[in-house]
Design a protein around this ligand. Structure first.
Ligand code: BJ8
Length: 423
């Protein structure tokens, strides 16, 4: 990696903390990803992106800023990238998947807060996340109580914070609220850039994001083969990188990888043995660099064939209809697309259970592992009905509750191994 010290200093990163984080992540990446056998060649690009995630990509974002683009950081798949791109801005995901500065974090947040929230607080307090520091606007949202209330504190810690309200149910009033909030977001973006979004701008934004989602849908489809041509870990990594990389380049690289994978399927080549146990993971988002549970699952010889998660199908399925010929009509289409996201903060949320069933069937999976982050009420509470409904359908379910620490690795491995053996 080139020397980015000056760039990191200019961003205000804490060098000692940042070096420690990079060293930790580098080690984890080597042992989890680079030790996999028969990886597709196309993964080389994504390895490169990861190796430069705090370097070249941040430099690119800085260059975009110099050219007048604003960088919009967000924590939730309800913040539409289409609108951000239409405004001539760039979207980056800020959800963090690793513990950092826990002691400092627990001075401002209750201990019983989920790891995901603690993580972005830790990244901010420890000054280790260049994406957070480079963002011109940070968008928070009213989803679960943990995020909504913690953003009250977080908004005092970072400059340029913007809060988006979100509905909690799928009634017509909920859709109305979502549209109101997207219109307000458009107004905020226009105020920042000093430029109105045109019909053409939004058509282009939708086309770029639809192309990215179509490429990811192609990846989901090719993974359904047995033997699977790509590991679940690598597929998760690609879904995580989707929140950081330049969207057009990312789409091209995912499509190139899919060309390779489709060929492997034709030749019956896989990364795991044929008839290896097939698992769908469902539950809380696995933000980068959260790879703990997938690594444990695939170490048993099983293969993960789908993620029912915001870093996966829940976040990326469904494209936006770009056929409307008015700006308002296109914004309605964006609202319709996002209103289908079945996050567990919604009640009732029967669509999510139906989606998990459908995924289990389409991927011919042998079982579903429900992943809940400790203290995440929406997903852990919903996991009970997910389990009951799937079991009625004959699908085996294992419910796990964990955090970002490594302390429960042994116990999790034992439970996952036992589950994989019986399915
Ligand atoms: S659309 S899943 S990205 S809100 S794990 S912070 S729910 S206590 S992340 Fe999410 Fe948007 Fe929904 Fe998706 Fe709260 Fe649970 Fe923590 Fe969570």
């Amino acid at each position: 990696m080139a020397d980015y010290t000056k760039m990191w200093t200019d961003l205000g990163l804490n060098h000692a903390n940042h070096d420690a984080l990079l060293e930790n992540l580098g080690g984890a990446y080597q042992s989890i990803f680079m030790s996999q056998e028969q990886r597709p060649e196309g993964m080389g690009y994504f390895d490169f992106v990861m190796s430069e995630a705090h370097g070249l990509r941040i430099q690119e974002l800085g260059e975009e800023q110099e050219a007048g683009r604003k960088i919009i950081g967000s924590f939730c798949v309800f913040v539409p990238e289409e609108l951000v791109l239409a405004a001539g801005c760039t979207s980056v995901g800020l959800c963090a998947g690793a513990d950092f500065a826990q002691e400092e974090v627990e001075k401002v947040l209750p201990r019983n807060t989920c790891s995901l929230i603690k993580s972005f607080f830790g990244f901010s307090l420890g000054k280790v996340c260049p994406y957070m520091e480079v963002s011109d606007l940070i968008v928070g949202e009213n989803t679960c109580d943990g995020k909504k209330k913690s953003f009250e504190t977080f908004s005092q810690m970072v400059p340029n914070f913007y809060q988006m309200d979100l509905p909690q149910n799928k009634a017509p009033m909920g859709r109305k609220l979502l549209k109101h909030e997207y219109m307000a977001f458009v107004a905020k973006l226009e105020e920042m850039t000093g430029k109105k979004i045109s019909l053409e701008d939004l058509k282009q934004g939708i086309a770029t994001v639809n192309a990215k989602r179509n490429a990811l849908a192609r990846l989901s489809k090719v993974r359904m083969a047995d033997p699977s041509p790509i590991s679940g870990l690598d597929a998760l990594l690609i879904n995580q990188i989707a929140f950081l990389d330049n969207p057009a380049r990312f789409t091209e690289k995912v499509n190139a990888l899919c060309d390779e994978l489709e060929l492997s399927v034709k030749e019956n080549k896989g990364v795991k043995a044929e008839k290896a146990p097939r698992i769908v993971i469902s539950g809380c988002p696995m933000a980068i660099p959260n790879w703990k549970v997938p690594a444990i699952i695939e170490a048993t010889g099983a293969v993960i064939v789908g993620e029912e998660s915001c870093i996966g199908e829940r976040g990326q399925r469904n494209t936006t209809d770009a056929s409307a010929d008015s700006l308002d009509g296109l914004i309605d289409a964006v609202v319709d697309r996002y209103f289908k996201i079945d996050c567990a903060v919604f009640t009732p949320n029967q669509e999510r259970v139906e989606h998990i069933k459908e995924m289990a069937k389409n991927t011919s999976s042998d079982g579903v592992i429900h992943y809940g982050l400790q203290f995440c009420q929406p997903y852990i509470m919903e996991s009970y009905s997910v389990e009951k409904t799937l079991e009625k359908d004959g699908v085996s379910v294992l419910r796990l509750e964990t955090d970002y620490s490594q302390e429960d690795m042994g116990q999790l491995s034992t439970r996952v191994e036992a589950f994989v053996e019986i399915i």
